[in-house]
Structures are given as structure tokens and as C-alpha cells.
Design a protein around this ligand. Structure first.
Ligand code: GCO
Length: 434
């Protein structure tokens, strides 16, 4: 596999999944603090209260990034650390990220900062959260604060991580915070997140930030068969998971097949603010069947048994990454900015034995996806970088600590970090660069 000169290699994390220290420095409660503390919502009631204690251990973790030879680190700001009530600035909260960003820069690692990775300040959720259009204005104010503080050092900016998952899992199905089960009545949260994205892009630019993009979760959609009702179901899912969060941003339009979603033209003009890059989080393709009788949704989620699966049950289909990127280029043409893979990784059953973690499945997963990425580049897709999800084993949302995604094993009882075989493998790969 070969990659262009200047190709950026990174790892990705998010605040609630690794920081811990949920009350340190005046941090306010987020929807994930509330959700994970609610009985039955996460595996064994696990929470991000301590997580990887990255709030205190970030120097050690950044040293691991430097040992890997990484060019960049994608992290997220915790909105409730910067504005505990969603409005009032916390200087202590800013101070943590000031130290984090300075340490990254001192180590020659370019910060890629996500403004929002699902930890909504609970105060704003109590006002309706993403169902309330006003949150978009709150988000723009938040973005302006961050640009003023960090535009001089943050290299790349991502307003929202995977808004599709907030809409689908947080408000549609209830598997993630805030745990609402609105089904298609959750669509306004897509509209308001997209508006927040556009307003944040404008606020970041006004504050001197450059290189602004996305981290959208996209999946190639496979129809289970070629019956018309199945093709219609696949088109509906593709519009909901992919088109709804890409078309407004890249084209200034709303995809068909989405009942009842109205985004006014003046909002679309804001959402369609030009970007410097398009970040894609890729994990797997999705097979879609026609809806079963009684299913309130216009599609059934199918299986992909012909491929191996991760510990989480996600099908491992490296070529899906090539397929997705070629599709995006075909669908958006010159409207598609340079692409970064802002997340790709997998969890596997693995154990720490005699101070080592032999995670060959992760090495194979990364090798396969990097080969597919190289093929997409050869096919003409302009891909500029790749971020492994994730540096550390961490809090995998409703799955708690049961899904290790890290290049580094974390013993959550002792916070001991142990480099896995995949860490050594990646370090060797990066060491081969000219
Ligand atoms: C996502 C999130 C990450 C997850 C990762 C593994 O893409 O769902 O950005 O927070 O932890 O994808 O599921």
C-alpha cells in the first residue's frame, strides 16, 4: 500500500470516552453523564466517570503518540467543560485544553479538534437539546469561544462528530444519550445539528480558524435483494444515514425519501458553507431488507454473515471503504473536498498476558482497510489522511468497557497502559516513511 507525500497519520479519541474527571475544573454534567448513570442504559452500569483518566494522564498518552510517530491527534472538546451550563465560559475548562494542545504542539503533533462528540451540556438538553433550534445558536457561540482561544494552534476543526448517530441512536432509537425513542420524529435533530454545523463553520472562520471539515459516519448500503420494495428500503436508509448528513453540507439540498423533513432555504445556505476537508468515519457496510410487517421503520437492518465480524458484531469488509469513497466521489464530484478518514478501527476479544496483547486481528483489520484506502486513492479519490480509532481502549458508549478498540491496552483498575502488538506494528509502518 502506498500513500501520497504529506499523507497525515493520526489516532482519534473523544472526551467522554477517555477523559474521566467529570467534575474537575467545574465541568458540568452532560447527557452522557446522565444517561450512563441511569440503570440499564450501559453494560453493567459502566460510566465515563473515570474512563482512561486522560484528564490527568494526557502527558503520558501524548508521549505514546509521539512514540508511534504520528503526525496528528484527533480529540474532542467536552462542551460541558468549556461551558458547564452551555452558556457560561469556564476558564479552568479552557485551561485543560490549553495544556493539552500546547503539549501536542511541543511534540510536533498537529491537533485536529472536534467541538462536539455527543456530550451535550445537560442544561441544554433540559431545554430540548437538539430538538430545540436554539441550540444551534448556543453551539455557534461555543465555537466562537474555541476559535478565539485556539485558532492559533489547532490545525483542523470538526464541528460535529457523527450527527447521524445522535439523530438515529440518541433521539430515534434511544440506545444512546439522551435515550429518546422518537423514530422519524427525531428528524428535526438532524436539521438543527446541520444548522449548528453551518453556524459553527462561520463562527470558526470569523475567529481565524482554518481547515474546517466534518467527521460523518458513512456506510455503503447493500440491498438484501433486488425486489422493488427492498430497493426502496435501501434507498430510504441510504438517504437517512448518508444523504441527510452529506447533501445539505456538500450540495445545499435535502435528499428525497425523508418524510416530513423541511429545511428552509436560508438554513440550507448556512449549512452549505464551503469546507476545507470532508472527514469520513468508516466501520462497515450495512445490508438493508424490506420492512417486516409491523416495523414502524421503512427498512429492516440485515446481516452480512459472509464476512467475519468484530467483537461488537460489525462485519469486517475492508473493500467497503474503497466502495464508499468511490461512491462519495461519484455522488458529489467537485463538491467533495479532500477527504480524511477521521475514524476507522475495530474491537476484538484480546487479553493481557505476560505484559503483552497479541492483537493480530487488529493488525489484519488495519492492513486490509489501508490497502482498500490505497486502492481508492489510485481510483482518483483525493484522500489526505487516516486516523485510527483508537489510541486507547476506552468507554464504548452503551457497551461500556467491554469493547477494546485501542492500539494501547488500558487496565481500568490501575490505569496501566500496555502497548499492543498493533501499536508496535503501526510504529514500524510509520517508521518506514521517507
Ligand atoms: C463512532 C464514534 C466513536 C466510537 C467508535 C467505535 O463512530 O461511533 O465516533 O465514539 O467509539 O466508532 O464504535
Amino acid at each position: 500500500m502506498t500513500f501520497p507525500d504529506g499523507f497525515v497519520w493520526g489516532v482519534a479519541t473523544s472526551a467522554y470516552q477517555i477523559e474521566g474527571a467529570v467534575t474537575a475544573g467545574g465541568r458540568g454534567p452532560s447527557t452522557w453523564d446522565t444517561f450512563s448513570a441511569t440503570a440499564g442504559k450501559t453494560r453493567s452500569g459502566e460510566t465515563g466517570e473515570v474512563a482512561c483518566d486522560h484528564y490527568h494522564r494526557y502527558p503520558e498518552d501524548i508521549a505514546l503518540m509521539r512514540e508511534l510517530g504520528l503526525d496528528s491527534y484527533r480529540f474532542s472538546f467536552a462542551w460541558p467543560r468549556i461551558q458547564p451550563d452551555g452558556r457560561t465560559l469556564s476558564r479552568e475548562g479552557l485551561g485543560f485544553y490549553d495544556r493539552l494542545i500546547d503539549t501536542l504542539c511541543d511534540h510536533g503533533i498537529a491537533p485536529m479538534a472536534t467541538l462536539y462528540h455527543w456530550d451535550t451540556p445537560q442544561v441544554l438538553e433540559d431545554e430540548g437539546g437538539w430538538l430545540n433550534r436554539d441550540i444551534a445558536a448556543r453551539f455557534a457561540d461555543y465555537a466562537a469561544v474555541l476559535a478565539e482561544a485556539f485558532a492559533d494552534r489547532v490545525a483542523m476543526w470538526v464541528p460535529l462528530n457523527e450527527p447521524a448517530m445522535i439523530t438515529l441512536l440518541g433521539y430515534g432509537m434511544g440506545q444512546h444519550a439522551p435515550g429518546q425513542t422518537l423514530l422519524f420524529d427525531a428528524l428535526p435533530t438532524a436539521h438543527h445539528q446541520l444548522l449548528a454545523h453551518g453556524l459553527a463553520v462561520r463562527a470558526l472562520r470569523a475567529g481565524g480558524a482554518n481547515s474546517i471539515g466534518t467527521a460523518n459516519n458513512h456506510t455503503p448500503v447493500w440491498a438484501a435483494d433486488d425486489r422493488p420494495e427492498t430497493l426502496a428500503a435501501a434507498a430510504a436508509y441510504d438517504a437517512l444515514h448518508n444523504g441527510l448528513f452529506a447533501d445539505p453540507i456538500l450540495l445545499g439540498t435535502v435528499p428525497e425519501h425523508l418524510p416530513g423533513l423541511e429545511i428552509p432555504a436560508e438554513d440550507l445556505r448556512i449549512i452549505n458553507e464551503p469546507l476545507d476537508f470532508y472527514g469520513v468515519n468508516y466501520y462497515n457496510p450495512t445490508r438493508i431488507g424490506a420492512p417486516s410487517p409491523g416495523n414502524p421503520l421503512p427498512f429492516d437492518l440485515g446481516e452480512i454473515p459472509e464476512h467475519p465480524a468484530t467483537l461488537m458484531g460489525s462485519p469486517i469488509v475492508p473493500d467497503g471503504l474503497r466502495e464508499l469513497l468511490v461512491q462519495l466521489r461519484k455522488r458529489y464530484g467537485t463538491a467533495l473536498p479532500p477527504v480524511y478518514i477521521t475514524e476507522n478501527g475495530a474491537s476484538f476479544a484480546e487479553d493481557l498476558v505476560d505484559g503483552q496483547v497479541h492483537d493480530q486481528p487488529r493488525i489484519d483489520f488495519l492492513t486490509g482497510h489501508l490497502d482498500a484506502l490505497s486502492q481508492a486513492i489510485e481510483a482518483g479519490v483525493d484522500v489526505r489522511g487516516y486516523y485510527v480509532w483508537s489510541l486507547l481502549d476506552n468507554f464504548e458508549w452503551a457497551e461500556g468497557y467491554g469493547q477494546p478498540f485501542g492500539l494501547v491496552h488500558v487496565d481500568f483498575a490501575t490505569q496501566q497502559r500496555t502497548r499492543k502488538d498493533s501499536f508496535h506494528w503501526l510504529r514500524e509502518q510509520l517508521g518506514k516513511r521517507g
